[in-house]
Design a protein around this ligand. Structure first.
Ligand code: ACO
Length: 330
């Protein structure tokens, strides 16, 4: 019996053209380009204009991924959109994409797993494709974090950005050479209070006066989250390699969630990887949550750092906490 492996058949990305630099932020809160650069590695981020919505960018990224995969929208069976900042709660962002690209034969749902959302989406698509080898699935990571950013809170507003990335998944034409090898998904709700967006959910509906205004935005206890993120990302990377009898020497490219350059550097050192084997674009986009990994994969490929058949390790960590990893041949 031949093995079925799911693989990325095409990738796309789209980010708003409005750039918010560290120097712009210096005028908004008490911060400095020096502090942001040294503590996070971020230089600028993309932000939606007032009249824009993230669905526009999710649609644009999806159309590019479809074109590159040579798959038509009608061929799609499923659309999975990882996001914590959809245009609306009803309908889901995935349904807006389904309509926008005219994927008339696809089911569609959103997936909420913060910064690990794209990896969760890949894992779900992988399972569907193994059971239905002729299926084509669009996995999107799209976030409008600027809409949930407290622009008066310097501990968070310097970190976040907007953007969308998408991949078309299908069964690999060459399963020995390309495709997803393994995925790791995890969660730890015991420390959920360290990273929250409480307002607007069903506990505290919009305009609920019981909740202070700041709780209608993302809040994070950065130092505490940092400690858990570094520990978990290393653990996931080593676990995925170990259970597939691989070592860090086998990795062609590590593509980590882009939350903080210091977290990425810590991981790189713990895994003993040279700089050229770790992809970084946080300086351009900041933390775009579920969009972070597809944006990084897209640019790594464009820059010639990711070629067909390369062994890639993806690792992510986010609020919840959620965490995840994927090992694949590109
Ligand atoms: N500008 C200037 N000073 C600042 C700023 C700022 N923007 N923000 C905080 N500071 C100050 C603090 O007040 C503090 O001052 P103090 O020493 O006088 O009290 C000092 O800088 C150090 O603050 P820390 O919070 O300890 O700074 P740290 O080095 O930890 O960096 C950061 C903060 C960047 C948030 C870091 O902790 C981090 O990246 N955490 C993890 C982020 C992450 O991985 N999140 C998960 C995914 S996000 C998601 O799911 C949406």
């Amino acid at each position: 019996m031949s093995i079925v492996k799911s693989a990325v058949l095409g990738i796309g990305m789209a980010v708003p053209s409005k750039v918010l630099t560290n120097f712009d932020l210096e005028k908004m809160v008490e911060t400095s380009d020096k502090w942001i650069t040294e503590r996070t590695g971020i230089k600028e981020r993309r932000i939606l204009e007032d009249e824009e919505n993230i669905s526009q960018y999710a649609i644009k990224a999806s159309l590019e991924a479809l074109e590159r995969a040579k798959v038509s929208p009608e061929e799609l069976n499923l659309i999975i959109c990882a996001t914590v900042t959809p245009d609306y709660l009803i309908p889901s962002l995935s349904v807006l994409v389904q309509e926008g690209i005219k994927a008339v034969n696809a089911g569609a749902f959103d997936l909420s797993a913060t910064c690990s959302g794209f990896i969760y989406g890949l894992a779900v698509a992988d399972q569907f494709i193994k059971n239905n080898p002729d299926w084509k699935i669009l996995v999107i990571g799209a976030e409008a974090l600027s809409r949930k950013t407290n622009w008066k809170d310097r501990t968070i507003c310097v970190l976040l950005g907007d953007g969308a990335g998408a991949v078309v998944m299908g069964s690999s034409p060459e399963p020995e050479k390309r495709g997803i090898i393994d995925v790791f998904l995890g969660a730890d709700g015991s420390q959920w209070t360290l990273l929250t967006l409480k307002g607007g959910g069903s506990c505290y509906p919009p305009f609920d006066k019981r909740l202070p205004e700041e709780e209608y935005y993302i809040k994070m206890q950065g130092r505490e989250v940092f400690k858990v993120a570094t520990r978990m990302m290393e653990k996931i990377a080593l676990e995925l390699l170990k259970r597939n009898s691989l070592t860090t020497d086998d990795i062609k490219l590590l593509v980590p969630h882009q939350a903080n350059l210091r977290i990425i550097e810590y991981l790189r050192e713990r895994l003993n990887l040279p700089k050229e084997k770790v992809y970084v674009n946080i300086h351009k986009y900041g933390n775009t949550s579920a969009a972070s990994i597809p944006l990084a994969l897209y640019e790594a490929e464009k820059e010639g750092k990711l070629k067909e058949g390369d062994l890639v390790l993806l690792v992510a960590f986010g609020g919840g906490f959620t965490f995840g990893g994927a090992l694949l041949r590109w």
